[in-house]
Design a protein around this ligand. Structure first.
Ligand SMILES: Cc1ncc(COP(=O)(O)O)c(C=O)c1O
Length: 393
């Protein structure tokens, strides 16, 4: 990305000049296009009340745009309130009569582990294998050992929220499929960071929200399910928007959305990924999420990732020079936007940095730094300088 292009991005993000913000894995900074779209939604709503048909069309548009971002079609995408809700919806759709085992990883965000543990506790699953890994990596041969003919699902995060380790998704998908298991991937820390082609990666279902690397609002996420996998995933729970002949289908057929009553004696799931959308959307959030995807699409994903990679490398070498113990695996890690180092008293350090207007995230004896494509080398240096001044053990 050229220097001009970078200046251009920064000029669209008002909050960027106030702080050295290096916590995009926590929440990205919203560009003006996102906040003004949401503001104009509120203005219209306040003047005219509900604009139902238009808001439903925007859900369809968000499905399409999210699909484009990860190499899928809009019909394969459902818009849901959060990644956790999306995962639970797909989990409720699994046929667990023959296979009752899930293989997951301790590197995952908690939802993608506790969801499966809860299902085991509820008697829906027999076995949940949580891969432990060493030095922040679960090697492929461990996946190979754990996944077998009993496995219904391999549940893995594309990038670890904690260490930033980027899984070898295509290889894990290959192992899962050889054993007849599905692979469900939480892509929250991948989407918007590096280019993703879910089909090429062999992913069966991919989940992602907007408020981190896509710089959008909280309160919406997307579920993508590969077209040929969709018919086999029938949710155990639904709502009026998840069934066949739902209001969006009616609207798209240019019908009155209430032209015929909804059936009460059956509930066939929608043919497309709308089967995972059960109730009314937070339309203001959908409006912001659309702009967030457009913002991401305005910059070539490969060159965004080049900038992120550069920042990560500057950060890694700077932290090493400061003698920090890196928890982000080096070597066999294709890399992401996250760099983590060990830090006792992490709270004290994060507070000290915040007092110098440097924002990173600290938790469980470590500090996570996550530069985005809108961050500069100077900002990385500002953090490194602040760290070298901070005398926290
Ligand atoms: C990888 C990952 N997945 C999911 C979540 C939570 O998403 P949601 O609150 O939308 O369920 C987070 C939040 O930090 C995360 O890091």
């Amino acid at each position: 990305m050229t220097a001009e292009r970078l200046t251009d991005v920064r000029s669209m993000i008002p909050s960027i000049s106030d702080t050295t913000y290096l916590d995009s894995a926590g929440a990205g900074l919203p560009p003006l296009s996102v906040t003004s779209a949401m503001r104009s939604f509120i203005d219209d709503w306040s003047k005219h009340g509900e604009q139902w048909d238009q808001w439903l069309e925007e859900v369809v548009e968000l499905r399409r745009l999210f699909g484009q971002l990860i190499g899928g079609a809009g019909s394969e995408v459902g818009v849901v309130p959060s990644v956790s809700v999306g995962l639970a919806g797909v989990a409720s759709s699994l046929d667990l009569r023959k296979r009752k085992k899930v293989v997951t990883s301790s590197l995952n965000f908690p939802t993608n582990v506790v969801l499966w543990q809860r299902m085991r506790e509820a008697g829906l699953l027999k076995d949940v294998k949580v891969m432990k890994g060493t030095a922040g990596v679960v090697p492929l041969n461990e996946w190979e050992k754990a996944i077998d003919e009993e496995t219904a699902v391999v549940a893995v995060d594309y990038v670890s929220w904690f260490s930033g380790y980027r899984e070898k998704i295509r290889d894990i998908a290959g192992i899962a499929h050889r054993h007849g298991a599905l692979i469900l991937v939480d892509g929250f820390h991948g989407i918007g960071v590096f280019p993703i082609d879910a089909k090429r990666d062999g992913i069966d279902a991919l989940f992602g929200g907007f408020y981190k690397w896509l710089c959008g609002p909280h309160g919406a996420a997307c579920v993508w399910v590969r077209e040929d996998v969709l018919p086999g995933l029938n949710p155990s729970y639904t709502g009026w928007l998840g069934i066949r002949d739902n209001v969006i289908e009616r609207l798209r057929q240019k019908r009155d959305v209430f032209d015929v009553p909804f059936p009460l004696d059956r509930a066939p799931p929608a043919q497309d990924a709308a089967r995972f959308e059960w109730g009314t959307w937070a339309s203001v959030v959908v409006r912001g999420a659309i702009e967030a995807v457009k913002f991401a699409q305005d910059y070539d994903p490969a060159s965004r990732y080049q900038v992120i990679t550069k920042r990560r490398e500057e950060l890694t070498s700077g932290l090493e020079k400061l003698g920090k113990e890196l928890l982000t695996p080096a070597g066999d890690n294709q890399g992401s936007g996250i760099v983590t180092f060990a830090q006792k008293n992490h709270k004290e350090l994060v507070k000290k940095l915040a007092s110098e207007k440097v924002e990173v995230s600290g938790r469980f004896d470590h500090v996570r730094v996550s530069p985005h494509f809108y961050n500069t080398s100077e900002e990385v240096q500002t953090l490194l300088d602040a760290l070298s001044r901070a005398s926290v053990q």
